[in-house]
Ligand binder design. Structure first.
Ligand code: BYC
Length: 334
């Protein structure tokens, strides 16, 4: 009896090992062919883990990222601006939901992912720990923050994990509208009264450095980049994307009649890129570890919204249960 049981276990282990070997082979081939990995495919635990981390943190960023702008909905300067801002903030909620769904296909429940955010275990983008002090900040968030998001996310449309890459396609289209609305707010202010132009300039002074830090730490301090690039999750390094973004926004700032307060920012003929100054990485570390100007407020607000939304989640779950019961053969339709 014991021998049969032991040999069953050994047999199962061998079968698992075989499945792992052939799964790994198939996975390696998908990556080598630059193909897509789908939820039902075998994948290494490290791949699953790093994607769950990145996709869920991306989702958290979208949800927390609603706060700085939502704060301006009641103070938008016209009905048209208010309607546009409401649509934008709703889009961010939608992005969070697609991304939580994509993350769930990797095997972790949304409840657990949300718990990781609420307990402070999971990160979200540093940028959302800065306040939106003026209406011009709403413009700077749209232009620079959504602009940085696009620069980062367009290559993610080609990420090797199918559900993540597909969610990025729609998100990038919406981000593109967001960036234009931000640029247009700043354009109007920059071409308004001297006070309005000053307000626009001060907003971009505040957001320039933090927006560049959205791309993550410098390459030589980015522990995840090398493996993520080998797995075709990230297509470019943090510094490569940051450089692309700087090259894009300098002429846009000139078109606005504004400038970036970075004395080292200048065109480098030899490199064919703009040089720019060292960013304040000690500030970045401090913000990521919870000590930015708004970390406490953002988390407090999110926890409160989560608690106040409990009845909605319960009602939705009851509705799903009822639908399932009613679709059972022989069920009475109430
Ligand atoms: N903030 O090894 P690294 C939006 C962490 S929302 C905080 O380079 P990786 C929007 C990093 O997680 C757009 N933490 O990491 C919404 C890692 O720590 P863990 C948000 C950061 O993953 C509403 C550690 O530092 N976009 O657009 O290879 C309104 C070492 O970094 C940050 C995304 O989430 C940061 N900025 O590269 C308006 C894009 N940077 O996790 C707009 C998807 C790094 O090991 N994510 N860390 O504990 C990515 O592309 C990559 O995860 C990153 C970082 C480029 C951000």
């Amino acid at each position: 009896m014991t021998t049969t049981f032991a040999s069953d276990i050994t047999g199962q282990r061998a079968a698992h090992l075989d499945a792992d070997v052939s799964g790994q082979k198939h996975f390696d081939q998908l990556i080598a062919d630059d193909s897509r990995v789908e939820p039902t495919d075998w994948m290494p635990e490290g791949y699953r883990k790093t994607l769950t981390r990145q996709v869920s943190q991306h989702a958290h960023s979208e949800i927390i990222g609603m706060q700085p702008e939502a704060n301006w909905i009641s103070r938008a300067p016209s009905l048209k601006r208010k309607a546009i801002l409401i649509a934008k903030v709703q889009d961010e909620a939608g992005h969070g939901l697609y991304l939580y769904s994509a993350a769930e296909t990797l095997g972790t429940d949304r409840e657990e992912l949300v718990e990781q955010l609420l307990s402070g275990k999971a990160k979200y983008s540093s940028i959302f720990n800065y306040p939106a002090r003026t209406w011009a900040d709403v413009g700077a968030i749209g232009w620079l923050v959504d602009g940085a998001a696009i620069a980062n996310q367009v290559p993610l449309c080609r990420a090797s994990y199918g559900p993540y890459a597909r969610s990025m396609v729609r998100i990038c289209k919406e981000e593109s509208f967001h960036q234009r609305q931000g640029w247009e707010i700043l354009y109007e202010l920059a071409n308004g009264t001297p006070e309005q132009k000053q307000m626009a300039q001060e907003a971009i002074n505040r957001f320039y450095g933090p927006a560049l830090q959205m791309f993550g730490p410098p390459d030589d301090e980015s522990p995840n980049s090398r493996q993520s690039m080998a797995w075709n999750i990230k297509r470019f390094s943090n510094d490569e994307l940051r450089q692309r973004f700087v090259d894009m926004i300098v002429p846009q700032a000139e078109a606005l009649g504004l400038h970036f307060e970075d004395p080292d920012l200048k065109w480098n003929e030899e490199r064919g890129h703009y040089d720019f100054g060292e960013l304040d990485w000690s500030e970045f570390k401090s913000v990521v570890s919870g000590n930015g100007p708004c970390n406490e407020q953002r988390m407090k607000h999110r926890r409160q919204a989560h608690e106040e939304g409990a009845w909605v989640r319960e009602a939705a779950a009851a509705y799903v249960r009822r639908q399932a019961e009613q679709s059972e053969p022989g069920a009475l339709i109430a």
